[in-house]
Write a protein that binds this ligand. Structure first.
Ligand SMILES: [Zn+2]
Ligand SMILES: [Zn+2]
Length: 254
């Protein structure tokens, strides 16, 4: 029984929790439309065998139909309006509200939605609901924040979980040097970890995707998010550990 969190770049995260594999916001191919991936595409072994997809929202850096298809006929757990869109693509959308769903009937692993506030880039052809997820098993609780800004009520996450937050997977950057509204930068993400009372934090949504030709200017922007987040957590909430991963890297939750 254990929790292992593996970052596959940008917002794609594999959570292996007590014998159940979950994949959040899968981008599994080399590139994603016009957005370039700096690293090789994730290895198949890292994501195959998922029992469910946790889909935070339908922005193109989170929801890609061909990647979802690669995962096979598994439920895509997301807000109801997003689930309808997913089902319309021939995939298995499963709309959630705030109830817990058991992912595998033989395992004590449950998933539910939690709020996210992320309204800044509405899309004409896709629903715009945005959420985070909690995944809970005998070994503990993982909070995947999704794309969000800080919101009133973040400190209620342990109450929503019915237990302390063992791991917070939080966005700390973007796919360009400037962050648009509705996102957490490194400092805000550290505040989110404090509010949630997280024991361990994994920064995501940085260091992976860039616009064509936009990888190196201004110099170093792609490498900044993780280390800046680590420094911000050390100031803001020193009791929280940080695991800054490279794409493909994992952390086992102590
Ligand atoms: Zn987004
Ligand atoms: Zn995003």
């Amino acid at each position: 029984m254990s929790i292992v969190v593996t970052w596959l770049g940008h917002a794609t995260v594999v959570v292996d929790i007590d014998g159940v594999r979950l994949v959040a916001d899968p981008l599994l191919r080399r590139h994603n439309g016009p957005l370039r991936r700096r690293w090789a595409s994730p290895s198949r072994a890292a994501w195959t065998g998922a029992r469910a997809v946790l889909l935070s929202h339908l922005h193109h850096d989170h929801a890609e139909v061909s990647s979802l298809r690669l995962l096979g006929d598994v439920p895509v757990l997301t807000a109801a309006e997003n689930a309808a869109w997913v089902s319309g693509k021939g995939l298995r959308g499963q709309g959630l509200h705030e109830e817990w769903v058991q992912v595998d009937e033989t395992k004590d692993v449950f998933v539910r939605l939690v709020p996210a506030v992320h309204h800044s880039r509405p899309m004409p052809h896709r629903p715009n609901a945005a959420n985070g997820h909690l995944a809970k098993g005998p070994s503990g609780v993982v909070w995947l924040a999704g794309d969000t800004e800080l919101y009133a009520g973040m400190e209620e996450l342990p109450e929503m979980a019915g237990a302390p937050i063992d791991v917070a997977v939080v966005p700390v950057g973007g796919w360009g040097p400037r962050l648009s509204p509705g996102h957490l930068g490194p400092q805000e993400a550290a505040v989110a970890c404090r509010l949630a009372g997280a024991r361990l934090a994994v920064p995501v949504h940085w260091g992976t995707l860039h616009a064509p030709g936009g990888r190196t200017l201004p110099r170093g922007w792609m490498d900044a998010g993780g280390p800046l987040f680590q420094a911000a957590v050390a100031r803001e909430v020193p009791e929280c550990e940080v695991a800054v991963l490279l794409p493909g890297g994992s952390v086992r939750v102590p």
